[in-house]
Design a protein around this ligand. Structure first.
Ligand SMILES: [Mg+2]
Length: 256
């Protein structure tokens, strides 16, 4: 592995690292505070494109973590980076995806024709939306997925993630999706632009956070506070560090 670049940015996943669904993970707020006290920039990198930036900042605040707009990178923003201002995009996703597309200058429409169909996590997914999306792709729109995470962790278990919804559109349109979020190049490029030197990529999912770290040439720290249990077998990416949670990881690497 590349050695951790002491003093570099800590790229932190949110779901499974800072919180589990709506429940803050114990010790994560103190851990972020300690990183900042030690002069480490933090970036929150989430594949959840559903919430708006303001909603994410509010959730972080309620978890005891003050943050700024510049510290958040979402798969919605990575999806928008694949489009040009003035493009027409049919958005199958939440407010956060629409916000990211709009901020890019993309014209968000709810019917084809469109230059792209962008699919992310939304609880408003139904047969009619699937039909509209698939027909737009068949008529020539690019199919972009925010991320292929099959599930997201909640206290009640693993709920379907955007990957499940994108798979439905891709199947119905018989067209594979281009993925924008972790671990894919669009998200990596956004992170690299904000964090030229990276100390750790911290996440609970080797297939996304681990592969992102490899793409960025940075070490990967797996935390066991999300989808991977302590008794796991072989993983998609071997972590360079493994820790019960963010609090313990920061205690191990940052001394005071
Ligand atoms: Mg996660």
């Amino acid at each position: 592995m590349p050695p951790p670049q002491s003093g570099g940015t800590w790229i932190l996943d949110l779901d499974g690292v800072v919180w589990l669904s709506d429940q803050p993970i114990a010790g994560s707020a103190r851990a972020v505070e300690r990183l900042r006290q030690a002069g480490r920039p933090v970036l929150f990198a989430t594949n959840n494109a559903d919430p708006t930036i303001d909603q994410l900042l509010g959730r972080l605040g309620r978890a005891g973590i003050p943050a700024t707009v510049d510290e958040i990178v979402t798969s919605g923003q990575a999806s928008a980076a694949l489009l040009q201002p003035g493009d027409r995009a049919l958005a199958c996703g939440g407010e956060g995806l629409v916000e990211a597309l709009t901020a890019r200058g993309v014209d968000v429409v709810d019917r084809g024709p469109a230059d792209a169909v962008v699919v992310g996590m939304t609880r408003a997914f139904d047969y009619d939306l699937l039909t509209t999306a698939a027909l737009a792709v068949r008529a020539g729109a690019r199919l972009i997925g925010t991320n292929e995470d099959p599930t997201h962790p909640t206290p009640a278990g693993l709920f379907p993630g955007s990957g499940a919804l994108i798979a439905a559109v891709a199947t119905a349109a018989e067209t594979p999706a281009v993925m924008a979020g972790k671990p894919h190049p669009p998200m990596a490029a956004l992170l690299q632009a904000r964090a030229p030197v990276i100390e750790w990529v911290v996440g609970d999912r080797p297939a996304t956070d681990g592969r992102l770290a490899r793409r960025l040439g940075a070490p990967f720290a797996l935390v066991l506070s999300g989808v991977i249990a302590a008794d796991h077998g072989p993983l998609d990416v071997d972590p360079d560090e493994e820790s019960p949670d963010l609090g313990e990881l920061v205690s191990r690497w940052i001394d005071h």
